[in-house]
Ligand binder design. Structure first.
Ligand SMILES: [Zn+2]
Ligand SMILES: [Zn+2]
Length: 325
């Protein structure tokens, strides 16, 4: 199979000359199986999806997208995915079912005009408890008939969950506004078949919502993808997921000198990524999810500092890299 890196930045895109070598798009990886002309499996839907569209010549995408989690840097490419947002596209999107109820919404008392110090008073405003679904109350309007995403009842809760980040007034359209045939599915931990590959989803430590690490097996090869992961909280799930893979694509957002902020946001240092690769006995390690403000030269320096002693190949994942397994 062929793995293509379409976006390797974490948190937000990184435009500018200092970021061109590594690339500025956020998380997105595609998988093209042996014998296939185009990718059938995509992991995450950051702004790198727009690069995938370009590599497809904007032809319609036929395949499945699996999201590790729902943070902006992993979903923001969806409404700009021209190969998916077109009449002949056929897409199944899997996103992690959320166990926790939606957080309370807030009213804001900012003290404007009263000379008071700026403060925000949290006031829970009538958020019903989830009933019969882990998705919380539906936010997205019912699917329109005669166009857009398929009005599949089983997918409406998943579409509603995605629609919390992608719907008016935050964005002009919701998931139902994508052209083509789209189906949205809640994913639980475990194996699934997606895009012709065997895919294993495992809950891993991160912050701010349920997060999966992903293992992909196809064509007699395997790789693991953990772009957002704090193994310092518990390395076991990630190491078990990635055990023995040919390639580990792993979170490398922070330096050891930034340990406190890495833990605060549920991310890894480069040294964490190396330690996990050793524990999982992987063939090689590719560092991804680079900090958006770290220049190309600083990414190189960080890897040289914290991954130099690894006894297996360690490379810096760059946008447009292709890995053949
Ligand atoms: Zn991320
Ligand atoms: Zn994240």
């Amino acid at each position: 199979m062929r793995i293509t890196l379409h976006g390797v930045r974490g948190s937000m895109p990184a435009p500018g000359r200092e970021y061109l070598r590594v690339g500025g798009h956020t998380s997105c990886v595609s998988v093209t199986l042996t014998g296939e002309a185009s990718p059938t499996l995509v992991l995450d839907a950051g702004t790198g999806l727009t690069h995938l569209s370009r590599t497809l010549g904007h032809r319609p995408f036929h395949g499945e997208i699996v999201l590790t989690h729902l943070h902006w840097d992993h979903v923001q490419g969806l409404p700009f995915f021209r190969s998916g947002d077109t009449a002949d596209a056929d897409v199944v999107l899997h996103l992690p079912a959320q166990d926790a109820p939606p957080p309370p919404r807030y009213e804001c008392d900012d003290g404007v005009g009263r000379g008071a110090p700026r403060q925000h008073t949290a006031v829970a405003v009538d958020v019903p408890a989830p009933t019969g679904t882990t998705a919380g109350p539906p936010i997205v309007a019912p699917f329109p008939s005669g166009g857009g995403a398929e009005p599949e009842k089983s997918g409406s809760a998943a579409a509603a969950l995605l629609g919390r980040a992608m719907s008016p007034p935050h964005f002009p359209i919701g998931p139902e506004g994508l052209a083509g045939r789209w189906r949205f599915r809640m994913a639980e931990a475990g194996w699934l078949e997606a895009g012709g590959a065997r895919v294993l989803l495992t809950d891993i430590p991160h912050k701010g919502g349920r997060t999966f690490g992903i293992r992909v097996e196809a064509d007699g090869a395997s790789f693991a993808y953990l772009p957002d992961h704090d193994p310092s909280a518990d390395p076991a799930p990630g190491a078990t997921l990635a055990h023995g893979v040919d390639v580990l694509l792993h979170d490398a957002q922070f330096a050891e000198s930034e340990r406190a902020i890495a833990v605060a946001y549920g991310h890894s240092t480069v040294a964490d990524a190396v330690a996990l690769a050793i524990r999982a006995d992987v063939g090689r390690l590719v560092l991804i999810h680079h900090a958006p403000t770290r220049t190309d030269d600083a990414v190189d320096a960080l890897a040289a500092r914290e991954a130099a002693d690894a006894e297996f190949p360690v490379t810096i994942g760059r946008e447009r890299d292709v890995i053949d397994l």
